[in-house]
Design a protein around this ligand. Structure first.
Ligand code: NAI
Length: 333
């Protein structure tokens, strides 16, 4: 089986090579899948893509005309793939559903702690030998109310971590997890109640039609004054213009994001020598109470190893005429 691995990063190639016991023919390219790069797939049976690659209807039709039969995502999220078109064209799609929920939840915690305890500002001062403590006051997480929107694999780990900090847990999900309620005293409430009561809100839902711009002016107006919002899920769950307005008028105390609504074409690349055209991102970066990381919550050794193993597993199943349990079936969504 010949596989073109789009968006391949130097740090993941050794893991993919190591996992490739079956000697699938892997070709690694740095380019992301897009309308411009889709023809590079010619001559391959399968492609592997990442979260920032674009596999919309038009691109999938093009892939089909080039003879691609399989798409394996090296990510858990698959909002960038048009599953309906893939299913109609009999192209199989699989993801890596749970490579390490710990990596993401721990990163969300890191963003929260860094913002609360003003670690970036403190470190900046210290690099100038300024050890003054003015304006570095944070708050104890102990006894604070944390609202977790989406209590699936990553949200569950976030609940457990926050429970360890002594926080009160509020959850909102379309599917409740009884174990979290029983073992960690998580209380499921409506979205409005969560927003009204939470000191910190952490987002862990997939990006769907229902969650697109879930965090908007209307919901922000119901939140506590000074709330901290953390988003390690998908950028477009937050309406960026609305969140900037909330930060500017003080309603939102701080924002920690690993994902950004318009990250495609910006994140995952070194753009330091280019003119910056995304004014909303420029604005966010300039805000002292905003902490941004470039979609690297997944970047732990354990997660990369698991991503590589599951990606090769998915491809090997197909190569041997089997299905993989990680296949994404359009009908069920
Ligand atoms: P999951 O599928 O295990 O959990 C998602 C939860 O959201 C489920 O409990 C589901 O019932 C709930 N949900 C779905 N629609 C909802 C709605 N409309 N309202 C409320 N709840 C809803 O997914 P997982 O693995 O926990 O991933 C969560 C998010 O993290 C996804 O957006 C994923 O793309 C993102 N992610 C981000 C990474 C990063 O590097 N920043 C890496 C991996 C995942």
């Amino acid at each position: 089986m010949k596989v073109l691995v789009y968006s391949s990063k130097s740090f993941e190639i050794p893991h993919l090579k190591e996992a490739n016991k079956e000697k699938l023919q892997l070709t690694f390219i740095k380019e992301a899948l897009s309308l411009k790069t889709v023809t590079l797939a010619k001559g391959h049976d399968a492609i592997s893509i990442f979260a920032a690659d674009e596999a919309d209807s038009l691109i999938i039709k093009k892939l089909d005309s080039l003879g691609i039969k399989y798409i394996t995502l090296r990510s858990a999220g698959y909002d960038n793939v048009d599953l309906k078109t893939a299913s109609n064209l009999n192209i199989k799609v699989a993801n890596v559903p749970a490579y390490s929920p710990y990596a993401i939840a721990e990163h969300a915690t890191a963003l929260l702690l860094a913002l609360d305890r003003k670690l970036i500002e403190s470190n900046k001062r210290i690099s100038n030998f300024n050890f003054a403590q003015e304006n570095l006051i944070g708050f104890d997480l102990n006894n604070k109310t944390i609202g977790i929107i989406g209590t699936g694999k990553i949200g569950s780990v976030m609940c457990k971590i926050m429970h360890g900090f002594g926080c009160k847990l509020l959850g909102y999900d379309i599917k409740e997890n009884k174990e979290l309620a029983d073992s960690y005293q998580l209380q499921y409430v409506t979205l409005n109640t969560l927003c009204k009561k939470a000191d910190v809100i952490s987002l862990h839902t997939p990006l769907t039609i229902e969650t697109y711009h879930l965090i908007n002016n209307d919901l922000i107006s119901k939140m506590k004054e000074g709330v901290i919002i953390i988003n390690t899920a998908r950028g477009a769950i937050i309406n960026t213009e609305h969140i900037i307005a909330g930060l500017e008028n003080g309603k939102i105390g701080a924002l920690g994001i690993d994902v950004y609504e318009k990250e495609k074409g910006i994140f995952f690349n070194n753009n330091s020598k280019k003119a910056q055209k995304d004014n909303l991102l420029v604005k966010l970066i300039a805000m002292p109470n905003v902490l941004i990381t470039g979609h690297h919550a997944f970047l732990t050794y354990e997660a990369i190893t698991n991503i590589a193993n599951t990606t090769i597993y998915n491809l090997s199943c197909w190569n041997n005429g089997r299905t993989t349990e990680n296949e994404l079936i359009y009908n069920t969504f």
